[in-house]
Design a protein around this ligand. Structure first.
Ligand SMILES: [Fe+2]
Ligand SMILES: [Fe+2]
Length: 190
């Protein structure tokens, strides 16, 4: 029974010894899967962003949303380039998270009247979208680099930078441009 004391350490199960190549293959699969996911999300955003711009009032916000729509259309094409670089057919796979965020944006717009409060709601919803995209592209850049797909990583990093700028623009619109006071005065004038 002398063994029983040492068996604790000896019995420690060895980590599943997946071969390095298997891990790389699996990471590649996860990378491709995530690309399909964000491809769906970006396409969905090309439809959602104009609706948000339509419902907004603050000029800077409308401008920001419209500018980011143009960028988003480019981002869709950029993803198609990434697919082509890694030699995978560009295919979209429904992104449940983005579907939920867009749904949330719609319900905020439905629940508020046109004006500063709706604008604040649109900004809140749009920033959640940007944050999701920032997280996703940050991961995708890291995956691409790990897989040695440097050209793909560079393209994805371009989009990541655009998403960060879009987020900052929305913050500025929220803190500097929405005119809550004017609408309060209007209320009092009524
Ligand atoms: Fe995007
Ligand atoms: Fe974005």
């Amino acid at each position: 029974m002398e063994n029983s004391k040492t068996s604790k350490t000896e019995a420690k199960p060895k980590k599943a010894s997946a071969k390095k190549s298997d891990v790389a293959g699996d990471l590649r699969e996860l990378f491709v899967d995530s690309l399909k996911d964000i491809y769906w999300a970006e396409k969905a955003l090309t439809k959602a962003l104009p609706k948000m711009a339509n419902k907004a009032t603050t000029a800077k916000l409308i401008e920001g949303l419209e500018h980011h729509l143009t960028e988003t259309e480019e981002q869709v094409k950029r993803l198609e380039e990434v697919f082509s670089i890694i030699d995978v057919k560009a295919r979209a796979k429904k992104c449940e998270a983005m579907e939920g965020l867009i749904k949330e944006a719609k319900s905020i717009m439905k629940a508020t009247a046109k004006g500063p409060v709706r604008d604040a709601g649109i900004i809140a919803a749009a920033q959640k979208v940007e944050h999701y995209e920032i997280a996703t592209y940050g991961t995708l850049v890291a995956f691409a680099k790990t897989l040695g797909e440097d050209a793909a990583a560079e393209l994805l990093a371009q989009t990541l930078a655009e998403e960060k700028t879009a987020d900052e623009t929305l913050s500025e619109a929220a803190y500097n441009d929405i005119n809550f006071e004017a609408s309060e005065e209007e209320e009092q004038d009524k």
